[in-house]
Design a protein around this ligand. Structure first.
Ligand code: ZN
Length: 409
């Protein structure tokens, strides 16, 4: 089941019994590299303003809705919910931010829940309380982005989504960059619809609730929408990246690190590109995989000595070196690429012939020899420019900030 849908249903039921919901429900994405995560690794929170006698109703409705909707037979489904009174304190906020950058053990979440006297309900292993506590405590400040999610009616779920593609292209033209990730411009693929049999018909990401709503009104669908909700999210905030040094990179994190290209990129069968970077603390492998398309072309043109800043997730794989799976790269400095040409003979000015890379040159006319250092060096155009480059939308993490995202003040 989709967590956002459960959240939307809880919100609807609470409103139905007269509980006042404050602001928008929040959709918080957690560490995308977590090995036991659910697909989107998200958690939902709602802020409600209640009278003392409504508190029990809120709890009962939340619990019964999870019971009703959660697919508890699924191996990876271990739902949990927490009820937090008042504002989250600094410790809770810090915990929340760490759920995006680190791996948090269930025991730690349990300890905090106990220490703070937070009420929690769990199903099966109850791992969901980690995300629940994070979503309820997450400090978004003014960095929030928004997602309007439209849900399908029950009988349409699992079937092909009936959306007019032209209306999505039009919506993108009109509302971008106030909305984002509507399309993958590298393939023309529509990105607002998921490919899973979940209840989501589409999700429109935006920098403001107004832009999301405007875009929603432009999309034409040929099936009924059961309900829709706008969530306040930590998507597109870059909150998952940890600025670090190469020697300090930990598995299951997302890092931002600067290094010098140490080995020429290698393209392997399947089209993945690998290269190594180094700083004074160590070296690490970087990868641009096939789905990143043209991004690989850029990366494959790096040469030894280039200085780059890379952003990416670090997920260890057995028998492979720790690798940063690139999501973005900044080319900070390009090393000069030089091509060597044979010199003219100092004796008779005939063009000399190379005897091999280290053997120098020989004049075929008069027999004169010159050392390798006599070569004429010409700097060639690298064909790439300094700047920031990102993977196409289809390969981007929910948490990554797309290039050219509009800012709303
Ligand atoms: Zn000569």
């Amino acid at each position: 089941m989709c967590t956002t849908y459960v959240g939307a249903v809880v919100a609807e039921k609470l409103s139905g019994v007269g509980v006042k919901i404050e602001g928008l429900p929040r959709l918080i994405r957690l560490n995308p590299n977590c090995p036991w995560k659910t697909r989107g690794n998200c958690a939902i929170s709602l802020t409600v303003e209640v009278e003392e006698d409504q508190i029990e109703t809120v709890k009962i409705l939340t619990k019964s809705t999870i019971e009703e909707l959660a697919e508890l037979r699924e191996d990876q489904t271990h739902p949990g919910a927490v009820f937090l009174h008042g504002e989250p304190d600094a410790e809770l906020q810090k915990f929340a931010r760490r759920t995006v950058t680190e791996l948090i053990e269930l025991d730690e979440a349990r300890r905090i829940i106990e220490k703070k006297g937070v009420e929690a309900i769990t199903f099966k292993k109850g791992r969901g309380v980690i995300g629940a506590l994070a979503a309820a405590s997450y400090p978004l400040g003014n960095e929030a982005t928004y997602e309007l999610i439209a849900y399908r009616t029950k009988i349409f779920r699992g079937k092909e989504r009936l959306i007019d593609p032209d209306s999505v292209f039009k919506m993108d033209r009109i509302t971008s960059p106030y909305t984002f990730d509507n399309l993958d411009h590298s393939t023309g693929e529509i990105r607002i619809t998921p490919h899973t049999p979940c209840p989501i018909l589409y999700g429109i990401r935006a920098v403001s609730p107004e832009a999301a709503l405007m875009a929603h009104n432009l999309v034409r669908v040929k099936e009924p929408i059961e309900k829709w909700a706008i969530f306040e999210t930590n998507q597109a905030t870059d909150h998952h990246y940890v600025l670090t040094r190469i020697g300090e990179i930990k598995p299951y994190t997302s890092v931002r690190v600067v290094g010098v290209v140490e080995e020429e990129p290698v393209i392997i069968p399947g089209g993945h590109v690998f290269f190594w970077i180094r700083d004074h603390t160590g070296k690490i492998r970087c990868a641009a995989y096939e789905p990143t398309r043209n991004f690989r072309w850029l990366v494959s043109r790096l040469i030894v000595g280039d200085v780059v800043e890379v952003w990416g997730g670090v997920k260890p794989k057995p028998s492979l070196p720790l690798t940063v799976n690139l999501e973005r790269i900044r080319i900070v400095k390009l090393a000069p690429k030089v091509k060597r040409f044979p010199p003219r003979c100092p004796n008779c000015t005939t063009a000399m012939k190379s005897k091999g890379l280290t053997a120098g040159y020989v004049c075929e006319k008069c027999g004169e020899v010159s050392p390798p250092s006599a070569a004429i060096l010409v700097e060639v155009d690298r064909g790439i420019q300094l700047g920031v480059y990102e993977v196409p939308s289809r390969s981007r993490r929910h948490l990554s900030k797309p290039f050219g995202l509009a800012r709303v003040y």
